[in-house]
Design a protein around this ligand. Sequence first.
Ligand code: ZN
Ligand code: ZN
Length: 103
Amino acid sequence: MSTKKPPPLGNGSPARKRCPVCGEISYSQAGIHPQCNQVRSESERLKRVEKSAVAAQLIEELTQRPVMGRWDKTCPRCGTRLHSRKKTCECGHVFHRPAPEHA
Ligand SMILES: [Zn+2]
Ligand SMILES: [Zn+2]
């Protein structure tokens, strides 16, 4: 007399994997819905594009900053804002060369 009970399966067989993208149980061997796999690879590609876009923006900001900084020179005589590359002011004030990076 064999009263073998089948093992409790619970909520389905443990072989079933959950799709890492949508979290639903996937019946495919890969454990991911082919459609979700496509979505994932697409989003990863988008992330990469976003990253490079952010990097490009950063580079743009960094390259623009020194340009703005060049206008950070004021004549001590008349107070006129001048381009830092200008060596003389319209009022006749002569700027000394900006101290180079050495003590
Ligand atoms: Zn899925
Ligand atoms: Zn001046």
